[in-house]
Write a protein that binds this ligand. Sequence first.
Ligand code: UDP
Ligand code: MN
Length: 344
Amino acid sequence: MADQSFVTLATNDSYVKGALVLGSSLRNYRTTRRLTVLITPHVSDPMRKVLEKVFDEVKLVDVLDSGDVAHLALLKRPELGVTLTKLHCWGLTEYSKCVFMDADTMVLSNIDELFEREELSAAPDPGWPDCFNSGVFVYRPSIETFNQLLQLATEKGSFDGGDQGLLNTFFSNWATADISKHLPFIYNLSSISIYSYLPAFKAQTSPSSDRFGTNAKVVHFLGRLKPWNYTYDSKAKSVKDAQDPTVVHPEFLNMWWDSFVTNVLPLLQQHGAIKDTATGVKAEEAAEAVSNLSLSSTALPHSPPSPPPMSSEERKERWEQGQADYMGADSFDNIKKKLDAYLQ
Ligand code: UDP
Ligand code: MN
């Protein structure tokens, strides 16, 4: 299967950590396809060496060097930098078919069967299911498609400022045309869906197994906080802040970290990519900011009237029952505001 490949992208050393966990997870489940990672010049040399250990091909892409159309697109739409870089996956014409996966995904089983699907196959986005989520998709490399996508980016931009908006505009009949291009949710299971549909998710776990979410094939750590932003206690085999609503069920985060510590950390140490066993990025504080999120929303502007205060335990219970207060205390806006305030 030398003409088919899994493809991911990392434009900096933080996302390289994600790419390495993804790559090792694909290897651990014995994929028969090739592994390709696209990188940009910001990725450091030691990290490139480590990537070469896990991936068959490490391809340097630079939008500015990649021909007139790409150059023009970027000059007109500088905000689409990373998005345009992701489009380079269509330039891998040595392959007849590829599966693109975000660097913040990891596989929990062999998923080679995805290569039986056609362009463009993807799973519904949990936030807007008439759109597909662009974290995992099957596609056919083609310079023609690449140029058409760049042209669309230049002329129209992207409705969400990222690749997902652009790709959904380009493959606009995805929602209605061909159901075989709808991948089941388990190929792109985002943390968001786990919390929104927790009862369904729990019901999926087979009674004979105590493992959480046994049917999931790909987990996607979509959103602002990535696994590498947490602090991991390797003795306890657990991320530190379990109060954080997004880590009410830290099982997948812990799996990511377990894979990082077992498969990736030794390579990083061997190649001098990190100085000690520290993870490099510490956003313990950011995680804390989420966990300390105020229960009452009165202090935050533009919020609906505050509900009666609720204890942390009570609130956790509600999350677990799928009854998050999405319009109030648990609204994305509130979480974002708190994080923004904290990060400033
Ligand atoms: N990416 C990257 N560098 C960045 C941002 C994104 O390499 O600074 C790549 C990476 O592969 C990442 C993908 O683009 O997984 C999409 O971004 P992200 O996963 O952060 O978006 P989300 O899935 O949270 O919407
Ligand atoms: Mn992602």
